[in-house]
Design a protein. Structure first.
Length: 76
């Protein structure tokens, strides 16, 4: 078993969810999500009012849940 497969099985057994906040990361968010998908399929992305193409990039990724705000809420 590869290290990534082993790590993913641990995340699955522990029912771990990764929550990813994002703001105006349209150019990089898909790569970040693909990296996380090596470890878990339970991913929630919070789009905090992005004004670039972040939402379109997120919609092109299968297997994630997206929560979005129309205005930037900021930290916390």
């Amino acid at each position: 078993m590869s290290q990534i497969a082993f790590d993913k099985s641990i995340f699955t057994m522990q029912k771990i969810c990764v929550i990813v906040p994002t703001y105006n990361n349209g150019k990089t968010i898909a790569e970040v999500i693909r990296g996380i998908q090596h470890y878990t399929d339970n991913i929630i992305v919070v789009n905090d009012g992005s004004t670039d193409d972040t939402l379109e990039a997120l919609k092109s990724i299968q297997g994630i849940d997206i929560i979005g705000y129309k205005k930037n809420i900021g930290k916390g």
